[in-house]
Design a binder for this molecule. Sequence first.
Ligand SMILES: *Cc1c(COP(=O)(O)O)cnc(C)c1O
Length: 374
Amino acid sequence: MRLKYPFLDLALAHAHYMDQLKAAACEVIERGRYLHGPHTELLEQEIAQLCQTKHCVSVSNGLDALRLILRAYKEMGRLHDGDEVIVPANTYVASVLAVSDCGLVPVLCEPREDTLNLDSRLLEELITPRTRAVMPVHLYGTPCWDETLMRVAREHDLLIVEDNAQAIGAKSAVAGLNGTVVTGGLGHAAGISFYPTKNLGALGDAGAVVTNDDELAATVSALANYGSDRRYHNIYQGYNCRLDEIQAAMLRVKLLHLEEENNVRNSVAQAYSITITNPKVKTPDFIEGTKQIWHQYIVRVEQRDEFRNYLTEHGVGSDIHYATPPHRQPCYQGILQGAYPITERLADEVVSLPIAPPITPADACAIAEIINRF
Ligand SMILES: *Cc1c(COP(=O)(O)O)cnc(C)c1O
């Protein structure tokens, strides 16, 4: 059945600048430089500017961005096998995969009920003599940053590695370590994902690392290119995690539209939140002083299956982010132990409503009216 309001249709989302994408792709194909080309270099400059960081290293995807940061800190002697990294229990599994893949130990932290992000008030009790880093995840486009997080990190000399996969362009209410409020520039380093469904999505896999740290940027850059600091000279046992020039070109076209698209998402979120009055459907919080970029618009509904079936019957697509938290995944059985009741309840209740282009505030009002009759 074709839905009147599909949850996400990327071809539709790209429709009004399809010609620009095609022209940029043709240009790359005809130039013949498919890696390390001019678009890659310009994209890095543009992303660094957007995140207000000194460096941006383009990489293959968001998971690799996070893995490369952690591996680089190991090469730099800042992290060691078995060190603990605090990550939110309520996140996409990739945040945790990056930690465990690098031989580090993920320690899960429950979320706040308002932001759904890591609750910094719980950090202190999770710290052990092996804690070396914390990974705030700006989930759904809501910044995960506050004074408590910074104070605890400072007092315990923790590295702060942001998972900025879902929040490029968001702004925190409180300035970060470097004086900026833009997510990605708040901590010591950040991983960004340009997965196609993200607010700034490539037409395939892509990602980036941003940081103000010269040594980290150089190390990540070498690690992502076979571990070589110059041609045929390998200082690390590295990887191939480069970004394709064609994806850089696609991203540069889409970057021109990002701010406008984020503004429309914000209007859509407001339209939903004002119009939805059904007590069975809890709408997400707008966090005072921040700029949320609404990667997802998450409502919470106890009768979730019934609700989603009802939406489908009325032509409205929906999705779940995420039905199974990392500690409940088969790959982490016997590894990530403990009870995370807030995370588990969220996993049972969350529903993502359509918010990506071409959804408009008028569409959101129409969908909200349908929701109010549930
Ligand atoms: C998408 C995502 C990632 C991984 O990014 P990929 O580009 O898909 O590898 C990591 N963390 C979070 C929170 C994400 O949403």
